[in-house]
Design a binder for this molecule. Structure first.
Ligand SMILES: Cc1ncc(COP(=O)(O)O)c(C=O)c1O
Length: 364
């Protein structure tokens, strides 16, 4: 189903998006031993650096744009070098990057383009799905993603030879034991019940434990547990309906918050159809961001959140000088970003109340 949807020749399913990155990077590195660098945005999931290093490669950062919230193509052109094995545009928050611009920015000889579509399943650039534009694409089916089976991820590619090498890496991974698979299935059932609006408040103390994670230093590596596949298939059958709801919720917020003093919204690129994983807003005043989180929770019961508290170059020593800040936009993003849920269970009534809170607080 997913293969047809994306129009690619091969999909390799594994236990997470992180592990999907790992097996594809291992496959690329083995074939291209002279090139060791992977270019990724300076503001993205810190865990992305783990598979890069574990595959024996070196992360190189690219500044982001405060207009699109994605990798800045001009900065990308300057970051790519003959050492670059691949560039990794990340479609943050479900907002598609302009893949034509990414391709043009990637120099000669061209490095591989590995799209991180972990948060953008269903989003499109020029009527073609994100993840299907690059030489390779990565998706995550982890908690909170556009289609979630609690855990899981995959690599997709339309290059048969590359697919064979990635599949060889996948087949070498261990399988999860039957008892661990059963436990996973129970967790999936529990979480599916807990995220329904009815009872969410009561169950919130439990749900919360599964929401927040500390900075990971390693990741598990195994094959996609078959036991989750049923959930994946039934979600894929409803995918368009679920994506459309996320899209509409995002557009509602985009229109309602436009031109509001104190906030900056992402510019949606022409010829793109985002599928908002969460709706990102930059809030200029740090105190306003905290007040918004508290007030939205109080008035609506909905949890607006910050994301990664620091950009990658502040979290890890990656050899960049501290002063002047080499990636100031990524730093701004980490300080100002606020995410509003826009999953299919959010109603227009709740979104309207969230907008009212913004109108009262954001510009103060
Ligand atoms: C942009 C991005 N890439 C990759 C990943 C890793 O996916 P997973 O959590 O399935 O390992 C995440 C996870 O949140 C992500 O946000």
């Amino acid at each position: 189903m997913l293969r047809t949807r994306l129009g690619v020749c091969g999909i390799s399913l594994v236990n997470s998006g992180t592990n999907a990155c790992f097996i594809l990077l291992k496959a690329l590195a083995a074939q291209n031993p002279g090139r060791r660098e992977v270019v990724l945005p300076a503001y993205t999931a810190p865990s992305l650096t783990l598979p890069i290093r574990k595959a024996g490669l070196v992360p190189r950062l690219c500044e982001i744009s405060l207009e699109t919230f994605n990798m800045d193509p001009h900065a990308l052109a300057k970051t790519v070098s003959p050492e670059t094995l691949c560039v990794m545009p990340v479609h943050m928050f479900g907002l598609p990057c302009d893949m034509d611009v990414v391709r043009r920015a990637t120099g000669n000889p061209p490095p591989f383009v590995v799209e991180d579509a972990a948060s953008s399943l269903g989003a499109k650039f020029k009527n073609k799905e994100t993840g299907a534009w690059g030489d390779v694409g990565v998706f995550s089916f982890n908690r909170g993603k556009n289609l979630s089976t609690l855990a899981g991820g995959c690599v997709v590619t339309d290059h048969p030879a590359l697919f064979e090498r990635i599949e060889a890496e996948r087949c070498a991974l261990p399988e999860l034991s039957r008892s661990a698979q059963r436990r996973l299935l129970l967790k999936l059932a529990g979480l599916a019940a807990a995220v329904r609006p009815v009872g969410y408040t009561a169950l919130y103390p439990i749900v919360r434990r599964y929401k927040y994670t500390t900075l990971h230093t390693d990741f598990e590596s195994y094959q996609y547990p078959d036991v989750l596949a049923g959930a994946g298939i039934s979600l894929l059958a409803r995918a368009e309906e679920l994506f459309e709801l996320r899209y509409r919720n995002g557009l509602f917020l985009l229109e309602a918050l436009e031109n509001l003093p104190g906030v900056r919204l992402p510019r949606i690129l022409p010829k793109t159809r985002p599928v908002f994983n969460q709706f990102p807003v930059l809030v200029e005043h740090p105190e306003a961001r905290n007040t918004l989180i508290d007030e939205i929770a109080r008035q609506t019961g909905v949890e607006a959140t910050t994301l990664y508290p620091d950009p990658l170059h502040h979290i890890y020593d990656m050899g960049y000088p501290p002063d002047p800040d080499p990636f100031p936009h990524a730093t701004v993003m980490s300080r100002q970003l606020l995410l509003i849920p826009c999953h299919p269970l959010m109603t227009e009534k709740i979104l309207t109340r969230i907008v009212a809170v913004f109108r009262r607080i954001a510009g103060r």
